[in-house]
Design a protein around this ligand. Sequence first.
Ligand code: GLC
Length: 743
Amino acid sequence: MRKLYIAILFLVVISGTFGCKGPKNGDTDAAIERRVDSVLKLMTLEEKIGQLTLFTSDYDVTGPTMRENYKEDIKAGKVGAIFNAYGVDYVRELQRMAVEETRLGIPLIFGYDVIHGHRTIFPISLGESASWDTAMVRKAARIAAIEATAEGLQWTFAPMVDIARDPRWGRISEGAGEDVFLGQCMAVARVKGFQGNRLDDPRTMVACAKHYAAYGAAQAGRDYHTVDISERTLREVYLPPFKAAVDAGVGTFMTSFNEIAGVPSTGNRYLLTDILRKEWGFQGFVVTDYTSINEMVAHGFAKDEKEAGELAINAGVDMDMQGAVYYNYLKKSIEEGKVSMATVDEAVRRVLRMKFKLGLFDNPYLYCNKQREQNEIMTTEHLAFARDMARKSIVLLKNEAQILPLSKEIKSLAVIGPLADNRRELIGSWSAAGDWSKAVTILEGIYGAVSPATKILYARGCNINDDTVSFISDAVNKARQAEVVILVVGEAHWMSGEAACRSELGLPGVQQQLADAVIATGKPVVTVLLSGRPLTIPQLAQKTRALLAAWFPGTMAGHAVADVLFGEYNPSAKLPVTFPRSVGQIPIYYNMKNTGRPMDPNNKYTSKYLDVPNDPLFPFGYGLSYTTFEYSDLQLSAEKINASDTLYVKVKVKNTGKYSGEETVQLYVRDLVGSVTRPVKELKGFYKVFLQPGEEKQVTFKLTANDLAFYDIHMKFTSEPGDFIVFVGGDSQHCLQKGFVLE
Ligand code: GLC
C-alpha cells in the first residue's frame, strides 16, 4: 500500500501535476495550488491533522512541556513540523523518517527561535533596534538566516513585533521597544532579512510575526497577564507592526498567550480571521504559541481541551504548537460536526503551500548541506558584522566633561563589576544555538584595545544577584589605584526574556552598593550597563561620569564596548524605549496623552507625583555622541496643506564638535485637536546622517495626510483638518518645532 502511494507521489512529481517541484522562477501561485490540491486529495484525515501538529524535539527547551515519542509520531505521519531541532545530521534523520517512513512522504518544516542570530549572536532585538538602522537590522536577520539554514532550519519564530511600554515585562528585550513607527520599520527589516527574495532559496527562511496580539500590554508588566485595552489602542499601537509584517510578506503568524478584553488571542476569530485574513489579506499560516490552545481551559474560555481546539481552529489557528490538541481531539470534533472538513482542508492547504514555497517537496533535504554547515557559520565576515551591529546598538547616555572616549595609552584602569569578565550573560536571552563560550568579555575587549603599557586592575566586586558584599573592598582598593574606573554592571541574561518579569528595576543584588563604594573613592567612573530592559538607576546616572547602555551586545560584546570606550567608534544609538526614574512612574512613554491637567510644577492640581519628577530618567529617542549636533533652520514647505498635498519638512543639522559621527534625525508630529484626544507626539520619520566635524547637511522629510491619520470617534481611519505641530530633533524631548494646518 505504502509503496503504491509513494509511486503515485513519484509519478505525479515527474508529471508535475501536483509535482513537488519547488516553485521555479515564474512559478505561479496557481501552479502551487494545483500541487497542493493534488496532495490534499491523497491525504487521510489523520494525515491532515498531522500537518497541523508541531512538536518540540528534545534539543532545546522553550516551554513547560516536552514530548517523549515525537519520532514515533513523525513515522506515523502525525506531525507536520518540528521545532527546537537543528544540525544537518539530526534534521536529515528526522526528515528521512517523514519522507521515507510515512505513507505519503510529506516533508517536515523545522522551526526555531532564531531571534537575534543563530550561532553568531547579535545584540538582543531591543539593542539592535537602538541602532535605528534598518539596513543593519535587516542584514543581521539575513546572516541569522544563512547560519540557521546551514544547520537545517527553514522557519524562525521571529520577529517578535510586540510594542512594549512596560519595562517590568521581561519580553521588552525581544522587540523594538515602545514606538509604533520604529516597531513597524524593524518588523519589515527583520521579515525581509529572514525571508530574502525567495523562500525556496536554501539561505532564506520563513519568518513568523509574533505574538499576535498586544502581548506587551500585559497588566502590571507581568508575563501572560490579562490585556484589557480599547479597540482604538489595539489598532493604533499594537497592530501596526503586525500589519507591516504582513505587507512585508511574512509567511507565518504566532498567536499570543494573553487574552484581549476577555478573549484569548488563540481563540479570537476577530483577530485571526476578520482582521488578519479578511482585512489584511494574510496568505500564510497561523501557529499557536507553546500549548496556548490548551491554556484556553485555564483562561476559562473553554471547558476542556477538545472545546479549546474547536475554538482555535474555527477562529483561524492552523497549527498547534506542542499542545497535541488537534492531535488528540480534532477527528472527534469533525465527526461531531463541531469543525468542518473545509476548515481543516484550508488549514492543511496553508501548511502544504508553505512547504512547496520553501522547496521542501522538491527537495526535502534542501537545507541539509554539510558543506554549508562547515563553511557558513561564525565566519570572519559574520563576526565582523556582529561587532559593528553591537557598536551601533550602544547608547551613550551620559558623558560628563567628555571623559569618553578614553585614551588607549591611559596609564591605569580599574575594570570592576560582576559583568566585566562574564561571558554567558553577553548573548542575552533567546540566544538560540549561540555558543556563549565564544563570546568576548568586556575585560578581554578592553585588554585588546589599550596599549600594552596600560595597567589593568580587575575586580568582580560582587555577584550579579546575591547579597555577598565581602569583595567590594577589593574593588575599592583597585579603584583607588587607577586613573579611571570602568564599572560593568547590570542584569543576568535570565532576568529578561520570557517569564522573566521584575517588580523592581534597580541594579540586582548589591551592585548599587558596589557602585556607590567605587564612586565614593572619587575616581572618575565610566559605567557600562548590560540589561534586557531599561533600569531605574537615577543615583548611578547622577554620580557616574559616563554611562553606556549596551543591552546584551552578543558574541562580539567585548570588542564592541571597547570600540566605543576608546573611540574606535563614535556612539550613534538612540533609545527605543523610555528609561523611567522609578517603577512607580510606569507606564511612562514619550507619546502619552496631555490630559486635562498636564503636569505643571507650579500648580498642585496637575498630573504629577509628589515624590518623583514627572519626566523620565532618559527619554525615548535619546542618545549622545562624542561630537555635538546643532539643528537649525526648520522649514515647512507650506503653512497649510490639504488632504492631497505633501508637506516637505526641512532642517539643517551641523556637526559642531571635533569627532565625525552619525546622528539620527527624528521627526515627530502632534495633532492638537481631534475627534478623540491625540498623543503629545508621534514619531513619523527618522533619518540617519553622517557628518564630519563642521559639516552641515539639510535633511528633508515628507508628510502626507495619511501620516496624520488615526481612528476617529467613529473608529474610521482618517486624518482630520486642524492645527498640527512638527517637531524635529535628536530625541523626543529636544526638538525644533513649527505649526501647520491641515485643511
Ligand atoms: C515560547 C515563546 C515563543 C516561542 C515559542 C517556541 O513559549 O512564547 O516566543 O517562539 O515558545 O519556542
